[in-house]
Design a protein around this ligand. Sequence first.
Ligand SMILES: Cc1cc2nc3c(=O)[nH]c(=O)nc-3n(C[C@H](O)[C@H](O)[C@H](O)COP(=O)(O)OP(=O)(O)OC[C@H]3O[C@@H](n4cnc5c(N)ncnc54)[C@H](O)[C@@H]3O)c2cc1C
Length: 416
Amino acid sequence: MSIRADVVVLGAGIVGLCCALHLQRRGREVVLIDRADGVGLETSYGNAGLIQPDGMIPIAFPRDLRTFVSYALNRRRDCYYHMSALAELAPALFKYWQLSHPDAMANSLMGNLPLFENSVPEHFALAQEAGAIEMFRPTGWTRAFRKEKTFAAHLRKLVVSASYGVAAEQLSGDQLRSLEPHLNSSLIGAIRFTGQLSLASPVKLSQAYRQLFTSLGGIFTKGEARTIEAKSRSHWQVASDRGVIEADAAVVCFGPWTEDLLRPLGYPLPFFVKRGYHLHFKAREEAELHNPVSDVDGGYSLTPMEEGIRLNTGVEFARRDDPPSVVQLNRVIPWARDFFPMGERVERQTWVGSRPCLPDMLPIIGPLPRHPGLWVAAGHAHHGLTLAASTARLLAEMMSGETPYVDPRPYRVERF
Ligand SMILES: Cc1cc2nc3c(=O)[nH]c(=O)nc-3n(C[C@H](O)[C@H](O)[C@H](O)COP(=O)(O)OP(=O)(O)OC[C@H]3O[C@@H](n4cnc5c(N)ncnc54)[C@H](O)[C@@H]3O)c2cc1C
């Protein structure tokens, strides 16, 4: 059996789903394929659920000696690296360090800006159609501080953010506790990003987008798509569990697995991953957490979700497929218990995922220059949930020959 479509979208994470919907809106017959049993079950499943329209300031590799040394000692809570992986990760991390130069980061910021600015309206446009608008909770995002020094440093950064329209308010310790009465009474203050939204279940948003996609005639199918082949110019063939899929164009949205498909095609892009973990906890006794909060000095975040309070760790530098490590969670859990009255763990199993990164902290969105009809939308690092819909509109406009609503040049593959 074979399926014929105009476009096959490879990968049904949040990015692939949004791309499929935007292509469908432009009259394309789309098949969406994923090797998982459903949609949004990988990186798009386990994230912190934040929609961060003001996340445009890229997260840079530390460049000052003091900070660099503190990372190198490998005792931090917000960042941990696998010593055994360093040699393999070194070339991409070196590029990340190079492109973390203030001038290069300023370029990345300007590149990021339009996608972030459009992130919420573009999600809302899809969510409205999908009947999912109420999933976007107007919680804001609060970053709480234990130490004066960290608080002061973040307040200084806020001046830069404010110049890009980031809406935030400074809270005293008492103001923080009136918002979240059960947080530790020794917290000295917080910054609350008021324009941020959060989801109680990121996977449910993916499922709502899938439902919209299939209700409009799109086909979702399970299949391992390592076997993509060019049958002719602009004609792609992919093997799936439902047979061969043939399409005039293909879009690769494999998140952290994107390089597995692109490298054999002759695109050795400097992808790397920043892994992260999550665990859910019940709240103790009468305690309640109303909104997502980060313990900045503790190096993790807590988001109230359907499953419980989701604790997400910071960054782990490791090979994507290395077995999970308990080091970072063991470091942060005692801090989290001190921060908020956490009860029992909801599940025994920890979740680990990989933020798909490129060294300039910009995604790739665009065509592959030597393969007509093959496109990519991947590499959204810390913000793929936020940027999925604004990315998808840009990609679909480019694929349809429309004037792109934002300048696509910062995201082109050729920059590497
Ligand atoms: C700990 C953590 C916290 C985060 N918090 C946030 C946050 O609060 N806000 C935010 O905006 N972002 C956050 N992110 C980042 C965000 O989750 C990712 O950027 C985003 O989910 C990437 O989406 P994607 O669709 O590109 O990748 P994925 O969701 O990983 O989707 C890729 C899909 O491709 C499929 N696939 C791969 N290879 C194949 C193959 N060969 N054949 C078939 N299918 C294949 C996979 O099964 C998968 O479903 C966080 C990430 C982590 C790890």
